[in-house]
Design a protein around this ligand. Structure first.
Ligand code: SF4
Length: 245
């Protein structure tokens, strides 16, 4: 544990200029296209290309993240940094974790402002596709951060769990306040309103955990989209990437 404490900083870190890839399949999934279903036609493809090019110019991916030692664990709770998080079934799903990482990611508000302009101008198909590009981009960003967390601890023998976010599954969205108490989004321009929704809208807050006995990949494999070439701990081949080369 001493070696890990020396290498993991509890200070919040801000990451900017992240080399983010946007997964076309993810964007089209937000548009209602499934891999197993009818593929998009040429007009949709052309719209996608236009929105992707526009989106790449408008996104400004950044993240703030922080590691904290776990001070107490329960069946549905984790405590760290003096903050109690209530996550249903976390004890079973994550196992005996020793550290948590809290993070907030955003692509900024440039893309959503352009979407609003397009709606006003009644350019609805492009507005909807650009919005999906933004959703795909912020999902890739959250994956990117999850991969980064794994790379920081895996060589120390501490696997990292998959990420969870307040408001997803059975984790109540009101715990967003607790997550922000651990790692606030202000440093990257992300604010929380009374209803616990974030601004800019294309933002994701997340929590992951690490520990020698941590349970990983209980619903999908983190490695499947990780860009880390030659990782000795890789569990499955990379099927895609969230990093722009
Ligand atoms: S390849 Fe898998 S084990 Fe290796 S750093 Fe990436 S996510 Fe972690």
């Amino acid at each position: 544990m001493k070696r890990l404490r020396a290498q993991l900083s509890a200070d919040p870190r801000v990451l900017t200029s992240l080399p983010l890839e946007i997964d076309p399949d993810e964007v089209l999934r937000f548009q209602g296209y499934k891999k197993s279903g009818e593929p998009p036609g040429p007009d949709v493809r052309a719209l996608f290309d236009e929105a992707l090019a526009l989106g790449r110019r408008l996104i400004d991916p950044r993240a703030v993240l922080r590691w904290l030692p776990v001070t107490a664990r329960g069946a549905d709770t984790i405590e760290a940094g003096g903050v109690l998080l209530t996550i249903p079934d976390v004890g079973r799903l994550w196992g005996p974790v020793d550290w948590i990482a809290a993070a907030v990611c955003t692509i900024g508000d440039g893309l959503e402002n352009r979407v609003a302009e397009l709606w006003t101008a009644r350019e609805l198909p492009l507005a909807a596709m650009l919005d999906s590009v933004g959703s795909g981009a912020v999902e890739s960003l959250a994956e990117h951060v999850n991969d980064l967390l794994c790379q920081e601890t895996i060589a120390l023998g501490l696997p990292v769990t998959n990420r969870v976010s307040p408001g997803y599954g059975r984790w109540d969205v009101s715990d967003q306040r607790a997550l922000f108490a651990l790692c606030g989004g202000q440093a990257i321009g992300v604010r929380l309103n009374e209803a616990c929704f974030m601004t800019p809208v294309k933002s994701i807050s997340l929590l992951a955990a690490a520990g020698a006995g941590a349970r990983v990949d209980h619903y999908f494999s983190q490695c499947a989209r990780c860009w880390m070439a030659g990782c000795a701990y890789r569990r499955t081949p990379a099927g895609g990437t969230v990093r722009h080369s």
